[in-house]
Write a protein that binds this ligand. Structure first.
Ligand SMILES: *Cc1c(COP(=O)(O)O)cnc(C)c1O
Length: 360
């Protein structure tokens, strides 16, 4: 069996050593006498899996003691609703910065709860860039500012957080979480579905500042109230045991790579190589403005939709998986998450050069 070059946008490639470890431990976890799929979520074994995962994440990302780490279900999409249900008062306002389909969806859910102001949007430019700082029209009275750090579908990424003064900052970091260091102390809340860059589908990581919890109004359904999960340390009900176990292994792997600074450097090298191939020769065209380019999701076009179809067909026949752009935008998208090896990028670049030579 041969593994393909996996450019999927999510669920996505995982580190091979992590997959090998899962295989090794699948029948019997050390000390447990059974598979991770069979243990109780109240067992000592799972207790230590959960605690380890939390501690590793705290170390790796430098999560300060002021912030809680939660492992929830419902995907990033449930966070679109939980966030306003907990923190947007009926009479309040929340600022949303729109940089793509996911931030639009987040804003749509918040509108069901309270008033949403669009602090900036690049929709008119087909979301080809991140807004400049001077374009942000922030309301100093807003309950929070929400932004999406990496736009999985449009291939753009914030280089640094927007400056929001005293207004709490909230980020959907689903598709670049753990791809680079982050100053967690600047955020009131960060959430990320694990299946892009942190693990398998089934768990969503939420990091929330403790002092923000006091703003939550009573009366929410128990499972939708962040305080439930803080109080019960993500063990109010049965958590996604297997997904948390795998996230723990990914975190261990990232630590062994030298931490997030080393991971970020490797990611910059991979993306740099692919963007250089796109920019040379005039055959390929990147869709994002250069200073907004994502290191995680690289989106580009060919001279015609017909050539794109041929490109994607031949790429697939050559072992490149997951390259079609999102169904809403078309084109080509190569997702270069942490676990994608440089060898896959190098192989893609070679394939692109040969393709351009044949069809240019
Ligand atoms: C994939 C993605 C989502 C949706 O995640 P689900 O876990 O499927 O709900 C939300 N935001 C961003 C930025 C994403 O990339």
């Amino acid at each position: 069996m041969k593994r393909l070059h996996n450019f999927n946008a999510g669920p996505a490639v995982l580190p091979v050593p992590v997959l090998e470890r899962i295989r090794e431990e699948m029948l019997c976890l050390p000390e447990a006498g059974m598979s991770v799929l069979e243990i109780s979520h109240r067992s000592k074994t799972f207790e230590s899996i959960l605690t380890e995962a939390e501690h590793r994440l705290r170390r790796l990302l430098g999560v300060p003691d002021t912030h809680h780490i939660l492992f929830l279900q419902g995907g990033a999409s449930l966070q679109f609703s939980m966030l306003p249900l907990n923190f947007l008062p009926k009479s309040g306002v929340a600022d949303y910065i729109l940089t793509g389909s996911w931030s639009e969806k987040a804003a749509d859910e918040a509108r069901k709860v309270g008033t949403v102001k669009i602090a900036a949007t690049t929709r008119e430019e087909n979301y080809g860039r991140i807004p400049q700082p001077h374009e942000l029209q922030l309301d100093p009275q807003a309950a929070y500012v929400h932004f999406t750090s990496n736009n999985t579908i449009f291939g753009t990424q914030w280089q640094t957080e927007p400056e929001t003064g005293n207004v709490p900052l909230v980020c959907d970091a689903s598709s670049d979480f753990l791809s680079r260091p982050l100053d967690v102390s600047r955020y009131a809340l960060i959430y990320a579905g694990a299946q892009k860059n942190a693990g398998p589908a089934g768990v969503t990581i939420v990091i929330i500042r403790d002092d923000w919890l006091s703003r939550i109004a009573d009366g929410l359904p128990t499972m939708l109230d962040y305080r439930t999960h803080v109080t019960h340390r993500s063990l109010y009900n049965t958590p996604p045991v297997f997904a948390i176990y795998v996230v723990g292994l990914v975190l261990e792997y990232l630590e062994a790579q030298g931490g997030l600074a080393a991971v970020a450097a490797a990611n910059a090298e991979k993306a740099g190589k692919l963007y250089a191939a796109i920019d040379s020769g005039g055959f390929y065209r990147g869709t994002a403005e250069r200073n907004s380019r994502s290191l995680m999701n690289v989106c580009f076009r060919l001279p015609s939709p017909g050539l794109e179809a041929v490109f994607l067909k031949e790429a697939s026949a050559n072992g490149f998986e997951g390259l079609p752009g999102h169904r809403s935008v078309g084109g080509v998208r190569a997702s270069l998450y942490n676990a994608l090896p440089m060898a896959s990028v190098a192989a893609l670049v070679d394939f692109m050069r040969d393709f351009a030579r044949c069809h240019g």
